[in-house]
Write a protein that binds this ligand. Structure first.
Ligand code: FES
Length: 70
């Protein structure tokens, strides 16, 4: 998969107006990374991303796996 260009101001979830920067911040609030599904649940709890239409789910999963894999 192509790496995602990281633009902190880019809105990744339009329904909830969550930006890539928000995702990044949510992830860095805790230091122990487990698996992508769990991180997604955490980020979702903190940012409410992907609680609208759900159309951003795959994109957010991809971003999270990219961030946690460095
Ligand atoms: S764009 Fe994220 S829930 Fe609709």
């Amino acid at each position: 998969m192509e790496p995602i260009r990281y633009e902190p101001e880019e809105v990744i979830c339009r329904c909830k107006q969550v930006t890539l920067g928000d995702i990044d911040r949510a992830l860095h609030n805790h230091t122990h990374f487990s698996d992508v599904e769990k991180e997604f649940a955490q980020v979702q709890k903190m940012t409410a991303c992907s609680t609208g239409c759900g159309g951003c789910h795959d994109k957010i999963m991809a971003v999270i796996s990219q961030i946690i894999s460095g």
